[in-house]
Design a protein around this ligand. Structure first.
Ligand code: 13P
Length: 248
């Protein structure tokens, strides 16, 4: 399975940051065994496309509807028109800040897939749930609730992102990552049969060049979704390089 290294710029980035994308695209062309993706803010999507080379450009969210009276929202089709190849659905920041629920996230992912996008569906426990020993249960439940039942390896990526590891510099242990990713793989096989083996599962939360090799070595970790360390080519490109070495 090809490793996917995806950057989520969140609400960061101005036109000046497209220079970072130029450098990321240049490096990505040297590592053709790795899929590389960047989700800039919506405002940069159209402008980012000519800078992207073989880097996939995508959105950080989309609406569940194709069009209509939804002030401030963006549809999956609009993302496609801007050259997007994927969209992140149900990031923990959207679940926490905007109250996004599993059924809503599933509807967004279905809208994304219907428009021809890859839906990167995010699931993950918060710190309280981890401390209570409920991480596996919570992640399994989010997976059941937010992954569209008609997904395929071509239009679905699952990203395990424990909320307590996002932007904190703290990461789960190797065993904790293995436990969750193995459970996700087993459930994907249960849901999708043989195709479930081929659906990529990313890890996200404080990934950097220092810890990427050990994270990507965990079984059923097929890539990473990266926030802070995707904002500069200096931090992001070494992770792509590590992924290229791991996937050899
Ligand atoms: P950090 O890499 O900054 O922890 O963010 C991870 C994330 O939320 C990616 O979507």
């Amino acid at each position: 399975m090809r490793t996917l290294i995806a950057g989520n710029w969140k609400m960061n980035g101005s036109r000046a940051m497209l220079a970072e994308l130029d450098r990321i695209a240049e490096a990505a062309s040297a590592y053709s065994d790795v899929d590389v993706a960047i989700a800039p803010p919506f405002t940069l999507l159209g402008e980012a496309q000519p800078h992207a080379g073989r880097v996939w450009i995508g959105g950080q969210d989309c609406h569940r509807a194709a069009q209509g009276a939804h002030t401030g929202c963006i549809s999956a089709g609009m993302l496609v028109e801007m050259g997007a190849r994927f969209v992140i659905c149900g990031h923990s920041e959207r679940r926490a800040e905007f109250g996004e629920t599993d059924p809503l996230i599933r509807a967004k992912a279905e809208a994304a897939q219907a428009a021809g996008l890859i839906a990167i569906v995010c699931i993950g426990e918060d710190e309280h749930e981890r401390d209570e020993g409920r991480a596996v249960e919570v992640v399994a439940c989010e997976l059941d609730g937010s992954v569209p039942p008609a997904s395929t390896p071509e239009n679905l990526v699952v990203s395990y992102e424990p909320a307590w590891a996002i932007g904190t510099g703290r990461i789960p242990t190797f065993d904790q990552i293995c436990e969750i990713h193995s459970m996700i793989r087993a459930k994907l096989i249960q849901l999708f049969g043989e195709a479930g083996v081929r659906i990529r599962i990313l890890y996200g939360g404080s990934v950097n060049a220092g810890n990427a090799a050990s994270i990507l070595a965990c079984p059923h970790v097929n890539g990473a979704l990266i926030g802070g360390a995707s904002l500069t080519a200096d931090q992001f490109v070494p992770i792509v390089e590590i992924a290229a070495n791991v996937s050899q």
